[in-house]
Design a protein around this ligand. Structure first.
Ligand code: GTR
Length: 418
């Protein structure tokens, strides 16, 4: 009996060791050296914009592509979009609404997803925020003209979703996360897509965009190929193919919250057409530095969500020390375009300080372009945004998107967007 109990205890403590307990203690952050943005992998100093663009930016991008998010395996055979409906009486006549279906085709397979767009009618052209939503386009608004998504959605007891199907009951449940009227009043538009129409968020590579690219008999991407974050980023880029041709849109700022913030950052890094990038509480694998191992770690994220990153990223589970890059380098890939990183004080899982430091360290590349970033490493006070071409705020409250966040994003976009 005693032996049995000892064995059980030993097993439990081994599990604890293997999984690692979550660290929320600043004094327990391991000592680490951040890979230098301005020294190439082969040890050469980077001193000019040209060297950054042609050498360092390229090699960092390649690393993230092959070892972190995963490569898009090829090109589509066909791309098309269709304006499904348009109306200029939305939001009491304040907005023009457009719903556009994007179809991606390859190897005789296709995926279609919908962009819901609201544009301020008072302006002939407007900058828009493009961001994925978590439960369907119909959840961001009470507008009855937005169809309920037919795609797979995650079950959610509070929303009454039990069979992975969205229903009328979920219309408008996420309006608090999208300050649409404020955007319209401030001359901004919104373009949003349900991320599950591009790739359902489950560890299953038989649906979404991945299978379009499979060779015969293939059932999942190769080791260095795309996980779901990369697939979602690809979906944003393909949405951009439409948005850049919409005569009522002047600029597109890609936005995302949490896992979708990770996707927005990767989209901004890989597609220079995005005029600005906003990471809202993106955390591990997003803006937060991995090597700090504070809150969520690489091992934890790769275990809970094995489908988010390339398989090759798993070799850094509990092994962040050997990562030749860190997330400040992902942020630097966005330079010199405006970048906003935002945290929430109660969102310790996402490591607010790690998100801030990442924005701070990325700023050296912005400097190279003559742009201002976050010069100081002193963590700002809560609700005191620091806004330059690189901006940061930590607000009170939990992991979420609030009106406060949108108000800061709009102030910043008005000042720093081209
Ligand atoms: C958590 C995950 C985070 C973040 C979050 C979200 O469970 O650990 O990395 O992405 O989900 O997307 O809400």
């Amino acid at each position: 009996m005693k032996i049995q109990i000892t064995l059980v205890l030993l097993f439990i403590s081994c599990m604890g060791f293997a999984q690692g307990n979550t660290n929320y203690d600043e004094t327990q952050v391991p000592k680490f050296t951040l890979p230098d943005l301005m020294t190439s992998f082969s040890g050469n100093p980077i001193t000019t914009e040209k060297e950054w663009e042609e050498n360092r930016r390229y090699e960092i991008l390649q690393f993230f592509e092959k070892q972190v998010y995963g490569k898009v395996p090829g090109r589509l055979d066909e791309y098309s979009y269709k304006l499904i409906e348009e109306n200029n009486k939305a939001y009491n006549g304040k907005a023009r609404r457009k719903q556009v279906a994007i179809t991606l085709k390859k190897n005789k397979k296709s995926v279609t997803y919908n962009i819901l767009i609201y544009l301020p009618k008072k302006n002939p052209t407007a900058p828009v925020f493009l961001g994925y939503n978590f439960y369907g386009n119909h959840t961001v608004t009470n507008d009855p003209e937005v169809p309920i998504t037919k795609a797979w959605v995650a079950n959610n007891e509070a929303f009454g979703i039990t069979d992975h199907k969205a229903s009328e009951r979920t219309r408008g449940i996420r309006t608090h996360r999208w300050a649409i009227e404020k955007m319209l009043d401030n001359g901004f538009g919104l373009a949003t897509i349900y991320y599950g129409e591009v790739d359902p968020d489950k560890n299953d590579f038989s649906d979404g965009v991945h299978p379009l690219f499979y060779r015969e008999e293939q059932t999942q991407p190769k080791t260095n190929e795309w996980g779901s974050i990369s697939a979602w980023a690809f979906g944003l880029s393909k949405a951009m193919d439409y948005l850049e041709n919409d005569a009522n849109i002047s600029n597109v700022i890609v936005f995302g919250h949490s896992r979708l913030g990770k996707a927005a950052l990767w989209a901004g890094a890989t597609d220079k057409r995005f005029a600005g990038v906003i990471s809202n509480n993106s955390g591990c694998g997003g803006a937060a530095l991995s090597k700090r191992r504070f809150g969520e770690t690489v091992e934890k994220i790769n275990t809970s969500f094995p489908h988010w990153f390339a398989d090759s990223f798993k070799k850094y589970n509990n092994n962040e020390r050997t990562l030749p890059v860190d997330q400040h380098q992902l942020l630097a890939l966005i330079a010199p375009r405006p970048l906003y990183v935002a945290s929430a004080a109660e969102d310790t899982w996402a490591d607010p300080r790690g998100e801030f430091l990442s924005a701070h360290y990325a700023s050296s590349v912005y400097k190279l372009y003559g742009k201002s970033g976050i010069d100081t490493a002193d963590f700002p006070e809560v609700n005191k945004p620091v806004q330059h071409t690189v901006a940061y705020h930590i607000r009170t409250g939990k992991h979420d998107v609030t009106d406060y966040d949108w108000e800061q994003y709009m102030t910043w976009a008005k000042t720093f967007l081209p």
